[in-house]
Ligand binder design. Structure first.
Ligand SMILES: [Zn+2]
Length: 104
C-alpha cells in the first residue's frame, strides 16, 4: 500500500475524539520540534494525499484503496479459477464454486 493509504486507514480507526486528541499531540510535537514529528508521520494530518483519502469518507476510501490494489496487483492477490477465471471463495481455495474445477 502507498504511505497515504496506510495513514488514511490508521486515521479511519480513530474515533472523533481520538482524531482530535491525536491531532493536538501532532501539533504539540511540531511546536516542540520533536525528531521527525512522529505522530504527523504516522497519521499525515498535513499530508494532502492522506487528507484526500480521509475526506472521501469511510466506505469510499476503502473502495478507492481496494480498487487501486486490484488494478495494480489483481492477478497476484486475487485467487481465480484457472479454468473459468471466476473469483474463488477464499484466497486459498483450490476448487471452483462456479464450474467445480479442482486444482489441488
Ligand atoms: Zn471455475
Amino acid at each position: 500500500m502507498l504511505p497515504e493509504e496506510i495513514r488514511a486507514l490508521r486515521r479511519d480507526g480513530l474515533t472523533e475524539q481520538g482524531e482530535k486528541t491525536t491531532r493536538e499531540i501532532a501539533e504539540k510535537e511540531k511546536r516542540e520540534a520533536l525528531a521527525d514529528f512522529k505522530i504527523e508521520h504516522m497519521y499525515g494530518f498535513n499530508d494532502p494525499k492522506t487528507n484526500e483519502l480521509v475526506n472521501l469518507g469511510h466506505e469510499k476510501m476503502l473502495s478507492t484503496i481496494a480498487q487501486r490494489l486490484l488494478d495494480r496487483h489483481g492477478d497476484s492477490i486475487v485467487n481465480k479459477c484457472p479454468r473459468c477465471q471466476k473469483l474463488a471463495r477464499t484466497p486459498n481455495a483450490k476448487q471452483c464454486r462456479h464450474c467445480e474445477h479442482d486444482w489441488h
